[in-house]
Design a protein around this ligand. Structure first.
Ligand SMILES: Cc1cc2nc3c(=O)[nH]c(=O)nc-3n(C[C@H](O)[C@H](O)[C@H](O)COP(=O)(O)OP(=O)(O)OC[C@H]3O[C@@H](n4cnc5c(N)ncnc54)[C@H](O)[C@@H]3O)c2cc1C
Length: 406
């Protein structure tokens, strides 16, 4: 029998953005009065990332305010501009990059993810994950005529759409047959491809960039594609996915392949599969069991799941097994060419897609996603009201699914 749960005297949160802030808010809302320290390697106070690939890039005027409101009564010690470099769960110590040790009673890991890049790219090739990346890219777009975006997932599609909204010539290169194929399937991906083409984006699918070309000063001039064609560009954006920011946990004994593995109460797991005492995880860095996927652990990269997991992880720190497991139905949104795509569940794990409505002229789309005959997700465009019914069905399915937390 495991020993009874003891509330932590103090809590250290590593990662000072969405999940870190939501966790801190939940701790205080649940009556935690101990010392609370938040470490973040960015110099910015918490801010929202979704606008960075949308309104932040699409207009040349005043950029939108992306700050997340921080409650005045949070009473947290913020250590910003400081990276955590190591964790020793035996001595309950996190060591910062400058060598400073921080001991903890409870630890919440919320370090998110970083953009996947390519080595040796010339000046003018950008990635986009944080506010500094977005500021640099926004400035570059100010003097750009031809934009090349590599990767037509949600991020690349949004950046390409933002470039078009600014009137740039945009080429979007995608290795798959259609944009977003892994996330939403062939049919919906093809629909998004048509939205891009209608907006004037040159969409090049089934090919990749083999190398970038530059002028003698090292500035970008374009790229050569695998099909032998060349694309001229002043600015390129790599939108090749994100990698969970778990490198700093190497050697800690936590299981970190593809994100920090955790159980349904967001408790970090060790290499032998046991729960690491006093350590929970939330947000894009977490690899958490998904009931809709039969309990398989996935790292989602969705805003609302990061927020929900953070609240659940904070409650686990306070309540242990008495706390509720994380049982959220994943959800996601994206804005493309003035249309809002919304999804619930896990469309990416489906083996069959049922298209109930698909009309490019009215920009309406409704699709249900099934795996082994069971509903696992839904996606709409211009039909947001219909998602609530899908969400209810998914919640029902999830609560009955094998692997549901008890
Ligand atoms: C450009 C962009 C657009 C997006 N658009 C959407 C959207 O439309 N819809 C949607 O649902 N989701 C969207 N997302 C995803 C959403 O923003 C994320 O799911 C959410 O930010 C995850 O929050 P998080 O706190 O887990 O991670 P993050 O927001 O990544 O925060 C993690 C923080 O920890 C810091 N950190 C990392 N390592 C360390 C360390 N060793 N020590 C200290 N601090 C560290 C990071 O610098 C960062 O500040 C978008 C993401 C991006 C980047």
């Amino acid at each position: 029998m495991s020993p009874p749960h003891r509330r932590p005297r103090d809590v250290l949160i590593v990662g000072g953005s969405l999940a870190g802030l939501r966790a801190a808010e939940t701790l205080r809302a649940e009556g935690f009065t101990g010392a609370l320290t938040i470490v973040g390697d960015e110099h910015h106070a918490p801010y929202d990332r979704p606008p960075l690939s949308k309104q932040f890039l699409s207009t040349g005027g005043e950029p939108p305010d992306t700050r997340l409101p921080v409650p005045g009564d949070l009473h947290a010690r913020w250590l910003l501009g400081q990276a955590a470099a190591a964790l020793d769960p035996r001595s309950r110590t996190v060591t910062l990059a400058d060598g400073t040790p921080l001991t903890y009673d409870g630890l919440l890991i919320a370090t998110g993810a970083s953009a996947r890049g390519l080595p040796g790219t010339p000046d003018g090739v950008y990635t986009l994950r944080n506010r500094s990346d977005a500021e640099a890219l926004r400035e570059a777009l100010g003097s750009c005529r031809r934009l090349l975006v590599v990767g037509a997932g949600f991020l690349g599609s949004e950046v390409a759409a933002a470039g078009r909204a600014r009137g740039l010539d945009v080429t979007l290169v995608e290795a798959g047959a259609v944009p977003l194929e892994r996330a939403v399937g062939k049919e919906v991906g093809a629909f998004v491809g048509e939205l891009h083409r209608e907006a004037g984006i040159i969409l090049r699918t089934g090919t990749t960039v083999t190398r970038f070309s530059s002028d003698p000063a090292g500035g970008l001039t374009g790229a050569l594609l695998a099909d032998g064609t060349a694309v001229a560009a002043d600015v390129a954006v790599l939108a090749l996915g994100a990698v969970p920011a778990a490198d700093w946990l190497t050697g800690s004994g936590l299981r970190t392949g593809g994100g920090v593995h955790c159980d349904s109460r967001m408790r970090a797991l060790s290499l032998d599969g046991g729960v690491v005492p006093g350590v929970v995880v939330a947000g894009d860095v977490a690899k958490a069991p998904q009931r809709l996927a039969g309990g398989a652990a996935l790292s989602l990269g969705h805003w609302s799941d990061a927020a929900g997991q953070a609240a659940s992880a904070a409650r686990t720190l306070l309540l242990g097994e008495a706390g509720p497991p994380w049982d959220g139905i994943p959800s996601f949104w994206s804005d493309l060419h003035g249309a809002r795509i919304r999804s619930v569940g896990l469309p990416g794990i489906a083996d069959t897609v049922a298209i109930h409505e698909m009309d490019l002229s009215t920009r309406r789309l409704e699709a249900g996603y099934h795996r082994s005959g069971r509903l696992v997700g839904a996606l709409t465009l211009g039909r947001t009201a219909r998602l609530a019914a899908y969400r209810n069905r998914l919640a029902d399915t999830a609560s009955r699914a094998e692997g549901a937390p008890g």
